[in-house]
Ligand binder design. Structure first.
Ligand code: COI
Length: 358
């Protein structure tokens, strides 16, 4: 029998937002999951508590030295059924991130059970419109108040929930404009690029703001050594359709191993496409474009789902891909991926985890 997670009820529930104008990550539900770690006792006190500010030591190590990791996944509601998409993969990855930052790993099954119970409590918050879902943000940070640089002896894990719409706003499959970053780099091999650590995102913001000022949505990062090979976009992995083949940068230690990336590779292969995971240079892409061989570009991510890239700018050159429209393969993959999520297509890989009513 499943054990019931401790549940601290709040006195009054919040007013729910207008689902026609959700944006991304702006609203939070009534409750969150909380789990604490102490070096003597290990992970303990798993509970569902009211979503609210909490106290933290001003000397908490997570605030000073960046011991902080996070995840992103989604819950969907279709025909009254609530489904999590591949949560097991997120909890595997959070443990890889924790290990890299010398933080204590969690029991993935305990966390999954806690999440299911939290999402069950919050099922009325899950929006059901096109492209909408309940975005789930698990995160862990160091709480010990001591300024010596060493691994903290205490941590907090929280999972918060945010009813959300499309990441880039507007419609699903909206084309994005991407700036190829040629000054700053995101990660280097041997570093923390493969982990979902807060600092990776902090390090990306200056370049992103610069790109936004020039009218671009996000930056495409090049490798940290030669600044020649494509790695990933700010909040998504990247795919190219070259000569009918789907090409994506191979995971090399400095690229985030995206769960949507992994799912899209499997679905593309199911559909009979050849998928190459390899080094892709930015020069190769512009040369392929000139020959008419670069026909589609798209990004993948939990928040971004599948986002077509309509414009790519590198140094002084800007190219427009497929007339700024989502391409045929991009659209096919989007329909396949979202069809499995919403249950209209067979879940042949066992990716849907139905949330029971407890
Ligand atoms: C996600 O896709 O869930 C992400 O974590 C990307 C971004 C919102 C940070």
């Amino acid at each position: 029998m499943t054990e019931q997670v401790k549940f601290e009820k709040r006195d009054t529930l919040k007013e729910k937002p207008d689902n026609s104008n959700l944006g991304f990550g702006q609203y939070f539900t009534d409750y969150m999951l909380s789990y604490d770690y102490d070096a003597d006792k290990g992970w303990q006190d798993l509970k569902i508590v009211p979503y609210a500010p909490f106290e933290i030591s001003p000397a908490a190590q997570g605030l000073h030295y960046g011991q902080a990791v996070f995840e992103g996944l989604k819950a969907y509601k279709y025909n009254d059924e609530v489904v999590l998409f591949r949560p097991d993969e997120n909890f595997k990855r959070i443990n890889n991130s924790l290990a890299r930052l010398e933080m204590p790993e969690v029991d993935e099954d305990v966390l999954l059970e806690g999440l299911k119970q939290l999402v069950d409590v919050e099922r009325d918050w899950i929006p059901e419109g096109e492209g909408q879902s309940l975005y789930i943000r698990p995160f862990v940070f160091a709480t010990e108040g001591i300024l010596g640089v060493r691994a903290s002896h205490s941590y907090k894990l929280l999972i918060i929930l945010s009813p959300s719409g499309a990441y880039y706003g507007g419609d699903t499959l909206k084309s994005t404009k991407i700036y190829v970053e040629d000054e700053y780099v995101r990660a280097v091999r041997g570093g923390v690029g493969f982990a979902k650590v807060a600092g990776n995102y902090a390090a990306s913001l200056l370049a992103q703001t610069n790109a936004n000022k020039l009218g671009y949505d996000q930056v495409l990062w090049l490798d940290g050594v030669e600044q020649k090979y494509v790695e990933e976009v700010g909040s998504m992995n990247i795919f190219f359709v070259e000569n009918g083949k789907i090409v994506t940068p191979a995971l090399n230690g400095s690229i985030l191993p995206g769960i949507t990336r992994k799912s899209i590779i499997e679905l593309a292969q199911d559909l009979g496409y050849e998928v190459e995971e390899r080094r892709v240079s930015i020069d190769e892409l512009f040369e392929a474009y000139d020959k008419g061989e670069l026909t589609e570009v798209f990004g993948t991510g939990t928040a971004a789902v599948i986002s077509p890239v309509g414009t790519l700018r590198y140094e002084d050159r800007e190219i427009v891909i497929n007339n700024n429209e989502p391409g045929e393969i991009t659209t096919k993959l989007y329909n396949e991926y979202t069809g499995i999520q919403n249950g209209s297509l067979e879940d042949r890989h066992g990716w849907r985890f139905v949330v029971p009513r407890y």
